[in-house]
Ligand binder design. Structure first.
Ligand SMILES: Nc1ncnc2c1ncn2[C@@H]1O[C@H](COP(=O)(O)OP(=O)(O)OP(=O)(O)O)[C@@H](O)[C@H]1O
Length: 537
C-alpha cells in the first residue's frame, strides 16, 4: 500500500477523543464483548502464569532466575539489608554490600524511595557508579554524570537481574537511561551477535521516540550494536533498511504496526520491551495497538518495563496483564499524582477571552530585560489555537517556533531543533510536546490553555525543572476547566505551592476519569463528532 494511502487509512482511524465528558463514549455491544474477552484473556493468562513455576531464560538476553510467581509482598519493603538470595544473575558489588545500613536507609528516606519487590531480592540502591560493573564503554558514558539518579540507582540492579520493572519517578529524573543502560548492557553481555530486534522501546510521540533513540545511540555508537527509530510522517524506505540490521528499535506504535503488517519488522526475538510514558501508552481504547505489538514479541521470558512520571490507578490492572511479577520502584511518593517540586507553580484564574492579552503580559514578565534570552515554552491545547497564537506572536515581533499536529514532521523537527539550539527561545506547542521532551534550560512553561487531564499538566510543567534544575510554570485557568480544579489543587498542595482562592471556588472534588484523556494527540474537537480511535503516529 502506498505511504499516502496507508497514512490516509491511519488518519481515518484517528480518534478525536473528546475529554471531560463533553462527548460521552457509548459502550457498544462490541465494546462489551471486547471487555468480556479482555477479562477472560486475563483470567486465562493468570491461570497460565500460576502454572509456570519457572521463567525460562530468553536466549537473547540474560534474565533473572525465576521470580516465584506466587510471591506477593503485602507491604512496601524497607531499605534492603545485606542478605540477597543466592543464584541471582545480578551480583551486588562487595563495596555496596559493605556500605553501612544507615547510608542505605538515608538514601531511601531522602529520596522517598518505595520498592514493591514480590521476589524479595532486596537489591541495594547504587549509591555511586562504582557500585555497578557495566561494560566499560557504557560505564564511561554514564559516569559523565556525578552519580546515578534515584530511579537509576534503585531500578538498575533489578533490570540487570532480568526482572520486570515498573519505574515511576518525577519528570526530568533520568528515566531514559534508567531503562536504556540495562537494555544496552544486557545486549552486550548476552554476546548475541544476531541482527534480530531484541530490544523494543515504544514511545507515544515522534519527537520523544527520536530523542530516546539519540540517547541510546550515545550508549551504542562505540559498541557493535545498531539502533533504529520508526515513526510516522516520514518515508518508510530508510526505516525498512535500518530494521534489517538493528538489535534495538525505538518506535511509535502507528508506524511500528504498519511495518509489522507488511512483514518488514519481526518482533519475535524481542526479549526486552519498554513502554515509555507507560500510562499514556495504556490509555483506554488504545490497548489493542499495544496488545498487538506485545503479542508479537517473545511470550516466554520477555523482560517488560514500564516507565513514567504519572501512574494513575486506571492503567495498573491492564499493565499487570503484560508483566511477570514486576518490581515496582517509585521515587518521591508517586502513588498520589505529584509534580516535580523544583518547579514554582503559579496558577491564575482568568476569563477565557482575556487569555491571549494576558499571554503578551507574561512574555514581557518572563522573556524581557535580563531574561530576554530565557527559553519559554507555551502550551496551547488545540491545533487551530496554536496556529492562531503563532501568527499573533509573529505579528508582535516574536521569533516563535511551533509544534502541532497540522505541521509536517519536517516542520515539527526543525522547530524543536531551533528551540533546543536557541535559534528561537520561544516554542509554542500542543500536547504532542507535553511528555518526555528533554529540552535543556527551559526556564518557564506557560499553560495558555489548561490540558485535558491533570496528568498532562504534570508532564507539561515537567519540561522545566529537569535534571535537578529549577523552573517556573505559569498557568491560565478558566471556567472551562473547572472540573479539573480539585486535581490541580491537590497537585499544588502536594508541591507546597500557593493555591489561589479563586481556584478553590470551583470546588475541590477530584473528578474520577470516566475515560482516560489523551492529550498528546488531541486534535481540534468537533463536539458533535462520534469518538473514533486515535492511533499514535
Ligand atoms: N545520572 C544522571 N545524573 C544527572 N543527569 C542525568 C542522569 N541521567 C540522565 N540525566 C539527564 O537528565 C535529563 C532528564 O533525563 P530524561 O529525559 O531521561 O528524564 P525523564 O525522567 O525521562 O523525564 P520525563 O518524565 O519528562 O520523560 C537528561 O538531560 C539526561 O541527560
Amino acid at each position: 500500500m502506498s505511504d499516502i494511502k496507508e497514512d490516509k487509512k491511519r488518519k481515518n482511524q484517528h480518534i478525536e477523543d473528546v475529554e471531560n465528558g463533553k462527548v460521552k463514549k457509548h459502550k457498544s455491544d462490541k465494546k462489551d464483548k471486547k471487555e468480556k474477552k479482555h477479562k477472560k484473556d486475563k483470567k486465562d493468562k493468570k491461570e497460565k502464569k500460576d502454572k509456570t513455576s519457572k521463567k525460562e531464560k530468553p536466549e537473547d538476553l540474560p534474565a533473572a532466575d525465576a521470580a516465584p510467581v506466587e510471591a506477593k509482598s503485602s507491604k512496601k519493603s524497607k531499605a534492603p539489608t545485606q542478605d540477597i538470595p543466592a543464584g541471582t544473575v545480578y551480583q551486588q558489588s562487595a563495596e555496596l554490600t559493605a556500605a553501612p545500613q544507615s547510608e542505605v536507609d538515608a538514601f531511601y528516606a531522602e529520596n522517598e524511595v518505595e520498592v514493591e519487590d514480590p521476589s524479595k531480592l532486596g537489591f541495594r540502591p547504587l549509591l555511586s557508579f562504582s557500585h555497578i560493573n557495566l561494560d566499560s564503554k557504557i560505564q564511561k558514558e554514564i559516569s559523565k554524570f556525578p552519580k546515578p539518579t534515584p530511579i537509576q540507582a534503585v531500578s538498575w540492579p533489578y533490570l540487570l537481574n532480568g526482572n520486570d520493572v515498573i519505574g515511576v519517578a518525577e519528570t526530568g529524573s533520568g528515566k531514559t537511561f534508567a531503562f536504556g543502560v540495562p537494555a544496552v548492557n544486557n545486549l552486550v553481555t548476552s554476546g548475541n551477535k544476531s541482527n534480530n530486534v531484541q530490544v523494543l522501546v515504544i514511545s507515544p510521540t515522534r519527537e520523544l521516540a527520536s530523542q530516546t533513540y539519540d540517547n541510546l545511540v550515545i550508549l551504542t555508537e562505540k559498541l557493535s550494536i545498531n539502533c533504529c527509530c520508526l515513526y510516522g510522517g516520514v518515508p518508510k524506505e530508510q526505516q525498512r533498511r535500518d530494521l534489517k540490521k538493528s538489535q534495538i528499535v525505538v518506535a511509535t506504535p502507528g508506524r511500528l504496526l504498519d511495518l509489522m503488517e507488511e512483514g518488514a519488522c519481526d518482533l519475535s526475538h524481542v526479549s526486552y520491551l519498554v513502554l515509555d510514558e507507560a500510562d499514556r501508552m495504556l490509555e483506554k481504547g488504545f490497548e489493542d495497538d499495544i496488545k498487538k505489538i506485545i503479542g508479537n514479541t517473545k511470550s516466554e521470558g520477555r523482560q517488560t518495563l514500564m516507565f513514567t512520571a504519572t501512574w494513575p490507578k486506571e492503567v495498573r490492572e491492564l499493565a499487570s496483564t503484560f508483566m511477570n511479577a514486576p518490581v515496582k520502584v517509585s521515587i518521591g511518593n508517586r502513588d498520589e499524582l505529584s509534580a516535580n517540586k523544583r518547579i514554582t507553580q503559579i496558577v491564575e484564574v482568568i476569563d477565557n477571552f482575556k487569555k491571549e492579552r494576558r499571554l503578551m503580559d507574561l512574555l514581557k514578565k518572563y522573556q524581557s530585560g535580563e531574561k530576554k534570552n530565557d527559553k519559554v515554552l507555551i502550551f496551547a491545547l488545540y491545533k487551530k489555537e496554536a496556529s492562531r497564537i503563532e501568527r499573533s506572536l509573529q505579528y508582535n515581533g516574536y521569533k516563535v517556533a511551533a509544534i502541532h499536529g497540522d505541521l509536517s514532521q519536517q516542520q515539527r523537527t526543525s522547530a524543536l531543533n531551533d528551540f533546543k539550539k536557541g535559534t528561537s527561545n520561544l516554542l509554542l506547542a500542543t500536547d504532542v510536546a507535553a511528555r518526555g521532551l528533554d529540552i535543556p534550560n527551559v526556564k518557564t512553561v506557560i499553560n495558555l490553555t489548561f490540558p485535558l487531564t491533570v496528568e498532562d499538566y504534570v508532564h507539561r510543567i515537567g519540561r522545566t525543572g529537569r535534571a535537578g534544575q529549577y523552573g517556573t510554570a505559569h498557568t491560565l485557568f478558566t471556567e472551562n476547566e473547572k472540573h479539573l480544579a480539585g486535581g490541580l489543587v491537590n497537585i499544588l498542595n502536594g508541591a507546597n505551592q500557593p493555591v489561589p482562592e479563586e481556584l478553590t471556588r470551583f470546588g475541590t472534588h477530584t473528578k474520577k476519569k470516566e475515560h482516560s484523556a489523551y492529550g498528546a494527540f488531541y486534535k481540534d474537537v468537533d463536539i458533535t463528532a462520534k469518538p473514533k480511535k486515535i492511533t499514535f503516529d
